[in-house]
Design a protein around this ligand. Structure first.
Ligand SMILES: [Fe+2]
Length: 382
């Protein structure tokens, strides 16, 4: 068996209304200056937390996060200026993946001599002295569990990954109640992203038994509950299952990570500002179709976890799994073709070039992907 490193948050609190316990967390209790970075729609839900903290001798600053789309380097710098000015000893991020990625980087770069541009890549960050609490409010990105942060460098229109063990939060609060107000479209897109984390980990060239368990359970929970949560956002049983599935997906990101679905979606996000989850959702069936011949058995096991019950060869079961993903995706209102989101044939070569540069993810794919393969996959989605 290969060796593997599992770097996870030191404490994970999971449960309905768990967000209200943050004020009493040891990390907060041992801090004097606390910075909250909170997505606009969640301000009311989290206000009781900082009200309680502010009523003690602690100083609290709340920054409202309302940037649309993926955060850019310039946007991050505006947050960093505010954080440098306040000099917090603890950062609390409350929001979707963009907010959490920014909170993680704020914790690492506030009062740090390294600048954002200097830490892009794997393992370049020199450390993190600020305490970090992450509170996801979507069931998707898994950022609260991972050592990754992805920002958009507007100078060259590329998504830039900052990967470092120092970006794994100290503590996470996963409160499914915070996801209840998420619109159906965002529920669907972020849920498909979480599903892709689990599937890309399980079918990964570097898949590992220590992570397989998370991946399969995540696939099962998300496949059984995504449509339910899209149809009725207040279905807390479905919301809780999705939050758990997303957590499992997040736990796969550090040790094994994703592969070609995420690599091929890079250009769609960076160049055409297609949301991360939507890009992955559209690409996933065709990429899995391309990959399955490399490991039919694992793709069949994915299908089983998705809920496929048929008997047959591994290939037949794997194909039924891909059909199941398409069925869930359609039922949740996700477009199935790139043309439906405004992508035209002329840009496919450029998209493939961008994907070919995401070697840190492509190396994980069970089957080698050439530029021509990537173009063929995109073409099948036109
Ligand atoms: Fe993702």
């Amino acid at each position: 068996m290969n060796s593997i490193i599992l770097q996870q948050p030191g404490k994970i609190v999971f449960g309905e209304n768990s967000v209200l316990q943050i004020a009493d967390d040891n990390l907060i209790q041992s801090s004097k200056r606390i910075l909250f970075l909170v997505a606009s729609p969640l301000l009311n839900a989290v206000q009781p937390v900082w009200d309680k903290i502010s009523s003690t001798d602690k100083q609290v600053v709340v920054i409202e996060y309302n940037f649309p789309g993926e955060p850019t380097f310039v946007q991050f710098d505006t947050l960093l200026n505010k954080s440098d000015y306040f000099r917090p000893d603890c950062i609390v991020g409350v929001g979707g993946g963009s907010v959490l990625d920014c909170a993680k980087l704020l914790a690492a770069l506030t009062e740090n001599t390294q600048r954002l541009e200097e830490v892009v890549g794997i393992g370049i960050l020199n450390g993190r002295v600020k305490k970090l609490i992450c509170v996801p409010t979507t069931s998707g990105t898994g950022s609260e569990m991972s050592p990754n942060a992805i920002l958009l460098n507007e100078a060259n229109e590329t998504k830039s990954g900052i990967i470092s063990p120092f970006l794994v939060p100290d503590v996470c609060y996963i409160d499914p109640v915070l996801t209840a107000s998420l619109p159906a479209s965002l529920t669907a897109e972020t849920g498909m992203d979480a599903l892709s984390h689990c599937i890309e980990a399980y079918t990964n060239k570097f898949a590992h038994p220590a992570v397989d368990t998370y991946a399969l359970k995540g696939i099962e929970l998300i496949a059984a509950n995504l449509q339910k949560a899209c149809e009725n956002g207040q279905n807390m049983e479905a919301r809780s299952a999705l939050s758990l599935g997303s957590m499992y997906g997040g736990l796969c990101l550090g040790p094994v990570n994703t592969s070609a679905v995420h690599a091929l979606s890079y250009g769609l996000g960076g160049k055409f500002h297609v949301s991360h989850g939507l890009a992955n959702a559209i690409l996933m069936p065709k990429v899995l179709h391309f990959n399955m011949s490399a490991d039919p058995k694992r793709h069949a096991e994915v299908a089983r976890a998705l809920g496929v019950k048929i008997e047959g060869t591994d290939e037949e079961i794997a194909l039924a799994g891909i059909e199941k993903i398409i069925k869930i995706s359609k039922a949740c209102g996700i477009p199935q073709r790139l043309t439906e989101i405004g992508i035209t044939g002329e840009v496919l070569s450029e998209l493939a070039d961008i994907a070919m540069n995401v070697t840190r993810l492509l190396k994980n794919n069970p089957r080698e992907v050439t530029k021509e393969d990537a173009i063929e996959i995109y073409k099948k989605l036109m």
